[in-house]
Ligand binder design. Sequence first.
Ligand SMILES: [Zn+2]
Length: 493
Amino acid sequence: MENAAAYDEKFLSGRELGPLPRSVYPNSVHEGVYMSREPDRDVLIAAGKSDFEGPRFTDAAGTAFVRASLTHKNAVILRQMFPFTAPRRVLGEKCTVGVGDRLGIATPGHIRAFRRFDAVPVFAQQSIRELNLTGRTYEDVLDAATFAVFREGFSQTQGFGADGDHLKTPEEVKYALSRGYTIITLDCSEHIRSDAAAMTDAEVSTAYASSPWAREPDYLNRSVRLEDGTPLEFGAEDFRRMALIYGKAIEFAEGIYHSLLKDSVNVDFEISIDETATPTTPAQHYFVAKELRDRGVKFASLAPRFCGEFQKGVDYVGDAEQFRREFRVHARIAEHFGHKISVHSGSDKFKVFPAVGGETKGRFHLKTAGTSWLEAMRLVAMKDAPLYREVHRFALSAFEDARRYYHVSAQAADVPNVESLSDGDLPSLFSRSGARQVIHITYGLILNAKAQDGSLLFRDRLFRLWRENEDAYGELLDAHIGGHLEQLRCKAR
Ligand SMILES: [Zn+2]
């Protein structure tokens, strides 16, 4: 730190270096490299010989420096020099929580929360859908996490993961793998035959007879007992139905695993069957896990679809007691096979967090994404009422369009009229599910909204506000994500 401060003194005393670094992030000083805050961006300053790209200069004492922008190339070098800034495999750890950062600015706030709990974060976590809607790439998402982890000096011991979330094709899996992502979440939904859930037994028999599924497992017509004595029944009808619903998805996951993942050393595999029309029954969960294991597929976590509704950005909708009863059986099945339960769309599900933490004995994976974006918009409502109103009006007008991508129950009519709310009341919109859902799912449209002349309508103004109020954003995230970890019963550090 002293060196860095002394360096800044010298830096400020002149030379041809352009904008001057104002301050050094105190936790960023690592072996001759640190991060410095400029009005509109951060830069890396490295002393001595290094491969960083950027203008080089020498101070009065003859020390050579480079002033490196936060580019992809410099992120790659940073990860090589400081391995704690690279993602690691995390799903083997007990409590892991994904905190997607759609804007690339939330990680410092997430770090504040994770410093307080015994939980391992997945800072980089985006689906292809999110990348498309925000115009980002996997490089960019991971680099933002790397720079933030370096800047905050986040935990050499905890580390963090990077999740290529909801990947649907071999190309998407290869893309995430090639960018160093340490979790591959395979979305099997397009291979799940949901219509079979509603077929009559006779229809199931006919369809099954013509399906290529020929394996008759040894647990057919038997009841399987889990370690705690819970029985799972596998009658012939049920089995055929399961095979029809999940058969193709199992084959899809098997193919991806054996062709792309089996020999990857630094990657965990997550199976996602959550985006379906009907909840995954315990027997179906057992069936999918057993079939995958029997085919040699190693996976670290599996995301079933649970009873009730896990809508974006709002609390659990449904019977929390029923959830607990069913979740308990899912947790025992996961324990039996040795994988973790993964809970998707997990933000703000405070009603069921105690069950998730409790029934798994603290061994689970939970994903949140849009809730950190909502906190960013809450900040806008707190700091700049006119801008917030403008964005809000736009979001309402774009809501119907955005619904095509996301399942939410809110109606535009559920949202209080912003024109009649006082400035001071605007942030309270973020305590109401209607407004939360409208803002939650319109992020892509808001960020990319264009004015008549083709310029971006909100983007630059929003990012400027977030930059100027970075500390306040960190405080909001610390409280909000910290609240999640607390209700999930993660141990305080
Ligand atoms: Zn999901």
